[in-house]
Design a protein around this ligand. Structure first.
Ligand code: ADP
Ligand code: GLC
Length: 486
């Protein structure tokens, strides 16, 4: 079979820029594709806070001080290339300080321009490299205009005649909706008819919806979420359109990069361990509790939370059950994350109310995320909806039993524990309500009290395989089907 040429464009790629799971996937999938012998080129912006190792980062020939007009606005950009850690794959960072030299990654008032620019810079870089990808793989609203640009602004270029487009929806809750007037700055004002007519009438343009209209194929990050977004509230207004394209919409569960997330080799852990010897897990727990000044808990369960604190993540379900569990039982909690003030307030209050039992770290810390996965016994992920979710899969490998709402990728990756058959990997509650969560938490805490059952449950989870070798092969199949390359 011949090697594929894949151009993947994303707003975040770990470790260069990360706010959530998109970054993990946009690094791990290309790493897998490259190792499998495909020619994959990844583009992302070079943000002010991107830490590129100077020894590994080089300018790209013919791509410095390139001129690019967005409507009447003139920009110059350069492309630098850097090595993806753990691989010899080189990724391309688009360097344009007026657009990307800001403190944050998202939330700027010209985000429409910043991310449309990224897609155009990626396309123009392909032109300069004389490289025709079989597939442009776009991710989320930020890069969703790429298929339309190929048909319009770059429609003249025959080098893309056989290129196909795949748009992966990692989270339909973010669609990139802007005032219609931005079309001029996108160099698309002559192509307004290609946007959704009723949006234009309402004075808006929607990047993701436009991508859904124009991409050759659509995918999302779990089979269950692929079904959920075609009906009802989880489609966030796009359900009708997606249902019309149902034959072109597939769900592929994300993989786990076990080179990054394996307790047997994770360099961030003080002690390593594996399914046949969990002594290292106990050691990680002891050390983390001590460092965070929590009381020792050799026989008591430690619960972990690592999350963006947004409404999607459903932490209001914990508001009664968690304080009750902390008050009535010998339990500990370590929570990591920041975002919505009500969620932050909840974890802050718990910390004040239960000194020695609860630690809340408000912020982002890759080190602490790995250490919480390793130290915890139980992982709390009550998401209202979850396109895929990675932490529940990391938890399984780290021997940390997930408690999840049966939705999206959580439903596809966690199996209910059954005492009688000793099967299953975690606890799932069906309906998004406090009773459901309370039931799942009680069941988990009760099971923890039986060390033999708990050991079996942990073992079941640790032996699951969500590697990219399995999941990535499904993308390769899709790329081949799409491009006709055998
Ligand atoms: P989402 O993409 O919706 O945030 P995922 O479960 O797919 O959810 O991925 C979240 C990723 O972000 C994981 O790698 C997780 O460890 C990481 N993460 C989330 N919050 C934090 C944080 N505060 N500090 C460090 N890593 C975090
Ligand atoms: C999104 C989703 C999350 C998914 C991640 C990577 O941020 O919220 O469920 O795992 O993208 O695909």
């Amino acid at each position: 079979m011949s090697a594929l040429k894949i151009c993947l464009v994303a707003s975040e790629v770990a470790p260069f820029a990360k706010t959530g799971g998109l970054a993990d996937v946009a690094a791990a999938l290309p790493r897998y594709l490259h190792a499998a012998g495909h020619d994959v080129r990844v583009f992302l912006p070079r943000y002010a806070k991107s830490e590129l190792d100077p020894a590994e980062t080089h300018p790209v020939d013919f791509m410095s001080d390139v001129h690019l007009a967005m409507g009447r606005l003139q920009f110059q950009y350069s492309v630098v290339t850097t090595r993806l850690p753990g691989s010899d794959l080189r990724v391309y960072a688009v360097d344009c300080p007026p657009l990307y030299g800001r403190a944050g990654i998202y939330g700027e008032e010209d985000d429409h321009l910043r991310f449309a620019f990224l897609t155009r810079a990626a396309i123009e870089s392909c032109q300069r490299m004389g490289w025709s990808p079989h597939v442009f793989h776009c991710n989320d609203w930020h890069t969703a205009l790429l298929p339309l640009y190929l048909k319009t602004v770059y429609g003249w270029d025959s080098m893309f005649r056989d290129s196909r487009t795949l748009l992966t929806i990692h989270n339909i809750a973010y669609q990139g909706v802007f005032a219609r007037s931005v079309l001029r700055d996108l160099s698309l004002d002559g192509d307004a008819q290609r946007f959704y007519a009723s949006d234009l009438e309402a004075g808006i343009v929607n990047f993701l919806k436009t991508g859904v209209l124009h991409a050759d194929l659509l995918s999302t990050v779990s089979p269950t979420y692929a079904r959920e977004i075609q009906s009802g509230e989880l489609g966030m207004g796009l359900q009708g359109l997606l249902a019309q394209r149902t034959r072109s919409l597939i769900g592929i569960l994300n993989g786990v990069d076990y080179a990054e997330w394996d307790p047997a080799s994770d360099p961030r852990l003080p002690a390593h361990y594996g399914v046949d010897d969990l002594a290292g897990k106990e050691e990680n727990k002891r050390r983390l509790l001590a460092e965070l000044e929590l009381a020792p808990a050799d026989r008591a369960p430690l619960m972990g939370v690592i999350s963006r604190l947004t409404a999607q993540k459903g932490f209001e379900l914990l508001y009664e059950a968690l304080p009750r569990a902390l008050a009535e039982r010998d339990t500990r909690l370590i929570a990591l994350g920041s975002g919505a003030t009500d969620y932050e307030g909840f974890f802050t209050q718990l910390q004040t109310k239960f000194p020695g039992k609860v630690c809340y770290y408000r912020g982002f810390s890759e080190d602490l995320a790995h250490r919480i996965e390793a130290a915890s016994d139980i992982f709390l992920m009550p998401s209202r909806f979850e396109p895929c979710g990675l932490n529940q899969m990391y938890s399984l490998r780290y021997g940390t039993v997930p408690i999840v709402h049966r939705t999206g990728g959580l439903a596809d990756s966690v199996q209910q524990w059954h005492w009688e058959t000793q099967t299953g990997t975690g606890f799932l509650f069906e309906h998004f309500d406090r009773q459901g969560l309370a039931w799942a938490l009680e069941s988990a805490l009760a099971t923890y009290e039986n060390p033999e059952a708990w050991a079996k449950l942990v073992r079941n989870g640790m032996t699951q395989d969500f590697s990219w070798e399995k999941q990535g092969a499904q993308y390769v199949e899709v790329y081949r089907r799409l491009s006709g390359v055998g």
